[in-house]
Design a protein around this ligand. Structure first.
Ligand code: TZP
Ligand code: MG
Length: 237
């Protein structure tokens, strides 16, 4: 059965020296799990399949100890080899329909979307969640084609919330790009806080973060701090 997922604090890993430094990724992710991340996505652009599988297996073990799902970026083959909970696919990766055929209904499939059209395609193909972005410009991913800001994300949420049909209503959403402890309250306020406003029936289910966790000096403390930040302002109407 597909696991129920808490998307509220979704960690995306990065193994580059600029972010991870000379620290060990598995140890860093363990600190983030102790701090309270609720999903881990292993994102590693290396093409060394052996390294990817071996690291993913280690990550899966510690994620399981914390009952947190492990999602693999880009590589359906690695997710299959590891037997983890799912994959995250960008616009240039394997299509969602193919991935679903290979992985079956019990695995989680997430898709990166930057526009209403991309969101529509991902929903129709049966994605479980959308990673919507890029919210704010970020040094972590320099080649992002679309910085869509708060308003771009709200437009996609509005679209999803106003589509007839179970798939649009039930699909989960996280936003990504440049989110940190300084702007998280604003992000919550504009995109996350529950609202009775029928103009805005859908809100994000969580935030996806790379550097504000992975590059932190004390990863556990930084994660716990992000987790503890309540929306500063009343719900946006
Ligand atoms: N996709 C859009 S932005 C991004 C990805 C993977 C990187 C986000 O990194 P950070 O450090 O949280 O800004
Ligand atoms: Mg990708």
């Amino acid at each position: 059965m597909k696991p129920q997922v808490d998307y509220s604090l979704y960690l995306v890993t990065d193994s580059t020296a600029a972010i991870l430094g000379d620290r060990n990724l598995v140890e860093v992710v363990e600190q983030a799990l102790l701090g309270g991340v609720t999903v881990v996505q292993y994102r590693d652009k290396s093409n060394d399949t052996g390294v990817l599988i071996s690291t993913a297996k280690q990550l899966h073990k510690i994620c399981q100890q914390h009952s947190v799902p492990l999602i693999i970026n880009d590589r359906v083959d690695v997710a299959l080899a590891v037997g983890c909970e799912g994959v995250h696919l960008g616009q240039d990766d394997m299509g969602i329909t193919n991935a679903r055929q290979i992985l079956g209904d019990d695995k989680i499939i997430g898709a990166t979307v930057s526009s209403i059209d991309e969101a529509k395609v991902a929903v129709e193909a049966g994605a479980d969640y959308l990673g919507i972005g890029t919210l704010y410009a970020t040094a972590t991913k320099k080649n992002t084609k679309d910085i869509i800001g708060i308003n771009g994300i709200r437009k996609i949420l509005y679209y999803l919330g106003h589509q007839a049909g179970e798939a649009s209503q039930s699909i989960k959403t996280v936003c990504i790009g440049g989110i940190n402890a300084s702007n998280l309250k604003l992000v919550h306020h504009r995109l996350y806080a529950p609202s009775s406003n029928s103009e805005r029936p859908k809100t994000i289910d969580g935030v996806a973060i790379v550097s504000a966790i992975i590059a932190a000096k004390d990863v556990r403390e930084a994660t716990a701090n992000l987790k503890s930040l309540p929306p500063a302002l009343p719900p946006f109407e």
